[in-house]
Design a binder for this molecule. Structure first.
Ligand SMILES: [Zn+2]
Length: 192
C-alpha cells in the first residue's frame, strides 16, 4: 500500500499551508460514513489533517439552528481542537496547535478565529441536499515517538457514524495507509 504521488503532494502542500481549503478542494471525497486522516510524522512531531462530512460528527450538515444543535457543534469543535487525534499507547501526545474548520454554524468558530468559516450565505435545506465538511489540522508533540510502535486514534469510537476511517501516513521510514472500521483504533506506521 503506497500513497499516490498526487496524494503525497497534496498532503505536503496542505501541511505547508495549514489552513488551506483541502476539503472543499476535493468535493468528490465527501461520502457519509467515510473520513480521512493524514499524518506526517517527523521526530517527535505529528502534523495531521482530519477531514469528514459533518454528518459523521454531528448527524446533520445544515447550519445549526436549535440551541441543542449549536451546543453539539460547540462541543464537537472543542473536542476536535483539544483531543490529540492520534496518540501513543502511553498517551504521550499533546496538541500544540489545532485549527477546526466547519460550515455547520453555531456560535463557536473553532480555535483559530482567523480561519474558521461560517457560511451564512449557504442555505442548506432539511433534505440534506447541501453538504458540509469538517477539516481539522493539528500539530502534536509526542514524547518518545517511535514509528515502529502502534498509534491509536479516538475518532472511530468517539464518532460511531464513521464507518471507515482511511489513514495515510508519511514518515522518515516511508509511507503507507490503512483503513479502520468502527471500533478499530490502532495502526502501526512502521509495519511492513
Ligand atoms: Zn453530506
Amino acid at each position: 500500500m503506497t500513497l499516490s504521488k498526487v496524494t503525497n503532494a497534496i498532503l505536503a502542500a496542505t501541511i505547508l499551508t495549514a489552513g488551506s481549503t483541502f476539503a472543499s478542494d476535493n468535493p468528490g471525497a465527501h461520502q457519509h460514513g467515510h473520513a480521512e486522516l493524514q499524518l506526517a510524522i517527523e521526530d517527535n512531531q505529528v502534523d495531521l489533517i482530519f477531514t469528514s462530512p459533518a454528518y459523521n460528527l454531528l448527524g446533520f450538515e445544515h447550519r445549526a439552528r436549535t440551541e441543542e444543535q449549536k451546543a453539539l457543534v460547540t462541543e464537537t469543535t472543542n473536542w476536535l481542537g483539544e483531543t490529540p487525534l492520534v496518540d501513543t499507547a502511553e498517551a504521550g501526545c499533546t496538541v500544540m496547535n489545532a485549527v477546526v474548520h466547519h460550515q455547520a454554524g453555531g456560535d463557536n468558530h473553532g480555535h483559530d478565529h482567523g480561519h474558521a468559516h461560517d457560511h451564512e450565505d449557504k442555505h442548506a435545506d432539511e433534505n440534506g441536499s447541501t453538504h458540509s465538511d469538517f477539516e481539522v489540522t493539528q500539530t502534536l508533540s509526542c514524547s518518545r515517538l517511535d514509528a515502529s510502535e502502534a498509534l491509536s486514534t479516538p475518532l472511530t469510537e468517539r464518532f460511531p457514524e464513521i464507518e471507515h476511517l482511511n489513514v495515510e501516513w508519511v514518515w522518515s521510514g516511508g509511507q503507507g495507509s490503512g483503513r479502520l472500521d468502527h471500533g478499530e483504533t490502532s495502526f502501526r506506521p512502521g509495519a511492513r
